[in-house]
Design a protein around this ligand. Sequence first.
Ligand code: PGA
Length: 259
Amino acid sequence: MRSPLIIGNWKLNGNSLILDTLVNELNKKLFSIKKCQIAIAPPIVYLDRISKSISNNIKLCAQNVDINLSGAFTGDISAEMLKDIGVKYIIVGHSERRLYHREDNNYIAQKYAVIKSLGLTPVLCIGETSIENINGKTKEVCKLQIDTILDCQGITAFKNAVIAYEPVWAIGTGKSATPLQIQSVHKFIRNYIAQQDIDIADELIIQYGGSINITNAATIIIQPDVDGFLVGAASLNPTVFSNVIKIVETSKNLIKNKN
Ligand code: PGA
């Protein structure tokens, strides 16, 4: 049985004072959450500091990693270092890195492989641009982004992994995809993985990301193949972020009790 996972992606925001306050608030507001996995992804420079003050039920996620484990790679940070300071999840393939850092599917697959090799959990972001959406290419794009990993690492690469479906046009725009659009893509992803391994597909956490907030979280999370959220802007407000998590916990519980 999949338990929902909500990750707050803080992107390039905050400073020690702001983020310490945010962490304190989250510790207070989220202590009673038992049925969801929660993680936060602060800017890398604050990960170690936050690892010392965060409650046990909130895990650490990194926003990025290098493909190398050590050596002459000025400015880079390795998966081993992230593991060393207690990181559990690493975001890979986020559309902002694809766009601003020209990361392509092959490079993303190399990062993914390094994360897996250390026993950490990759959060693989996939999703179509607005033009691809208009041209009806959503599923084709998602399939290609998954295929690059499947082709070189095989289906077992998706065991203990997370896929975040994030339509690029929905990120930071205030315009999320509709619950039915999201369910259709998530079901497509799960079925595609299931063609190779039903158990891995059953266990695979598929998050949605893109303008999640307290007004749209409930209708999206009740979709059967939505297993949580990757939350950007809304995760910087501790009240909003913890309410999104509470909505997830309550809604998924109601569904479970009904079945
Ligand atoms: P958003 O960002 O919630 O601000 O749209 C989501 C993401 O980039 O992961």
